[in-house]
Design a protein around this ligand. Sequence first.
Ligand SMILES: NC(=O)c1ccc[n+]([C@@H]2O[C@H](COP(=O)([O-])OP(=O)(O)OC[C@H]3O[C@@H](n4cnc5c(N)ncnc54)[C@H](O)[C@@H]3O)[C@@H](O)[C@H]2O)c1
Length: 258
Amino acid sequence: MLNLTGKNALVTGIANNRSIAWGIAQQLHQAGANLGVTFLPDEKGRYEKKVAELVEPLQPSLFLPCDVQNDEQIESTFATVQEKWGKLDILIHCLAFANKDDLTGDFSKTSRAGFNLALEVSAYSLVQLSRAASPLMTEGGSIITLTYLGGVRVIPNYNVMGIAKAALEMNVRYLAAELGPQNIRVNAISAGPIRTLASSAVGGILDMIHHVEEIAPLRRTVTQTEVGNTAAFLASDLSSGITGQILYVDSGYAIMGM
Ligand SMILES: NC(=O)c1ccc[n+]([C@@H]2O[C@H](COP(=O)([O-])OP(=O)(O)OC[C@H]3O[C@@H](n4cnc5c(N)ncnc54)[C@H](O)[C@@H]3O)[C@@H](O)[C@H]2O)c1
């Protein structure tokens, strides 16, 4: 049975009730995990308030600001995890960012700054968080990130985020190889398109969803809950032999040639 009782899970990337990370947090909570939630702080504290209200029913025992572009916040997040929990079992990396201008039109027009920003926040952050998390995973662990088909195939307008996802997927393999001897598993879920804050920045996201509804074997796209269920499986001992993998939760869309 899927049981995460006694496991400590740190979840990044909840912005609102459409966030994939919100779907994941709910499923981890339902399976019995003790949750810690991080949020992206903004000057007016709006995110903090909104996310705090949303996650309140899941009673997270940690609620911390963590901007992955801020080394001090990352350090302080994991210092708090160590102090309050002693050990970490599950890390959910569910965040990405690129300038909206770089998510539409010609890919060749991507600026150096836009390229670096997308790669830093969306791919390098997994390396940073894994480096900070792994010493706390003293009883083994599971690190899970979120990717998309645009990292292996050309999807209109996905552009620089596709390059970031390609890097992210390779990060998964290198991290899995390095951390495997400590019984820390690293996997990615490649989710089908879902309407969220981040995906609405990608030009033509609704067209992408409609295309999936027509072509995918299941004739629909997926929900945050379905992604959350797969994350709970990858977080649990039921997936103890799986590491370094990209698991597609996409209604089967990626198998189709035409
Ligand atoms: N929605 C989709 O169709 C889809 C499909 C496949 C993969 N994904 C991936 O799922 C993940 C979650 O995205 P989502 O669609 O749930 O959108 P979302 O907007 O709800 O989540 C993105 C999160 O990234 C966080 N973030 C951005 N910059 C950050 C920073 N510097 N530091 C810390 N956090 C930061 C935001 O606060 C937000 O919580 C992303 O990696 C995304 O690429 C999304």
